[in-house]
Design a protein around this ligand. Structure first.
Ligand code: NAP
Length: 251
């Protein structure tokens, strides 16, 4: 359960919050009292819905259509957001995609699309937001990695490479900014019930359940809770860590 209003007065940016984990995270941050800005790629209608749901919780909220793979779009979003809402003090790098195929059948385009969004996205958004965190002397960055970045997976060499890299990126930036009031951590979700799993065959999901000690998939809200914890003052001495939220599937 979210401890109420512990993020009051904080401005948060969640990338990819029209659906799934990002959307649940946006809601949980608002429940904790934060103003919530978020980005999305295409889902304008869902973005308007998310904005409304957030504002109904009594916080300021704004969605931005900005492809995290585009430095220009991210810079424009960050500039506009900070001008209108003040410095962003919590960044959740959540936007991510898959393009699954066994490695020898994987095209360079499938490799590249995943690199551009999952990895360049981290670079662009973090570079756009970190300077103000350092200026104000307080910040939280939470990168959404994956269990696949810890174990690898059949058919996901591209995705696994980006999610493993997200962990290495987290530890590196954490070291760079540790003395400046900014913590940088990652969450590594297991298999979570979102649109991302809609192309995974039912038999494969049954196998996942069988390999998970808790015997089930996770819910987006269970990842959101971990993210809000890492964003909160309660996590003030935690940096460079990977918080696994996976029902025990990898330990
Ligand atoms: P999802 O339901 O597919 O939602 C993805 C979100 O990211 C959407 O809001 C989407 O916006 C946005 N997005 C996609 N490409 C973008 C881009 N280029 N620029 C900006 N926004 C973009 O995904 P999810 O399952 O919630 O996953 C969220 C994160 O958790 C990802 O990083 C994923 O790798 C990670 N994760 C997921 C699982 C899982 O089992 N679901 C497990 C481990 C880690 P539009 O709606 O506009 O397309």
């Amino acid at each position: 359960m979210t401890i109420q209003k512990e993020l009051q007065g904080k401005v948060c940016l969640v990338t990819g919050a029209t659906r799934g984990i990002g959307r649940a995270t946006a809601m949980a941050l608002a429940d904790a009292g934060a103003d919530v800005l978020f980005s999305y790629a295409q889902s304008k209608e869902q973005a308007l819905e998310v904005e409304k749901l957030l504002r109904d919780k009594g916080v300021r909220a704004q969605g931005y259509q900005a492809n995290v793979a585009s430095a220009e779009e991210v810079q424009a979003m960050a500039a506009q957001a900070q001008q209108n809402f003040g410095p962003i003090s919590v960044l959740v790098n959540n936007a991510g995609i898959t393009r699954d195929r066994s490695f020898l059948k994987m095209t360079h385009q499938m490799w590249d699309e995943v690199m551009r969004v999952n990895l360049d996205g981290l670079f662009h958004v973090t570079q756009a937001v970190l300077p103000k965190m350092l200026e104000t002397g307080w910040g939280r960055i939470i990168n959404v990695s994956s269990i696949i970045g810890q174990t690898g997976n059949f058919g996901q060499a591209n995705y696994a490479a980006t999610k493993g890299a997200a962990i290495a990126f987290t530890m590196s930036i954490a070291r760079e900014v540790a003395k400046k009031g900014v913590t940088v951590n990652a969450v590594a979700p297991g298999f979570i019930e979102t649109d991302m799993l809609k192309n995974v065959p039912a038999a494969a999901l049954d196998q996942v359940r069988a390999m998970t000690p808790m015997g089930r998939l996770g819910k987006p809200e269970e990842i959101a809770d971990a993210i809000v914890f890492l964003a909160s003052p309660r996590a003030s001495f935690i940096t460079g860590q990977v918080l696994a939220v996976n029902g025990g599937m990898y330990m």
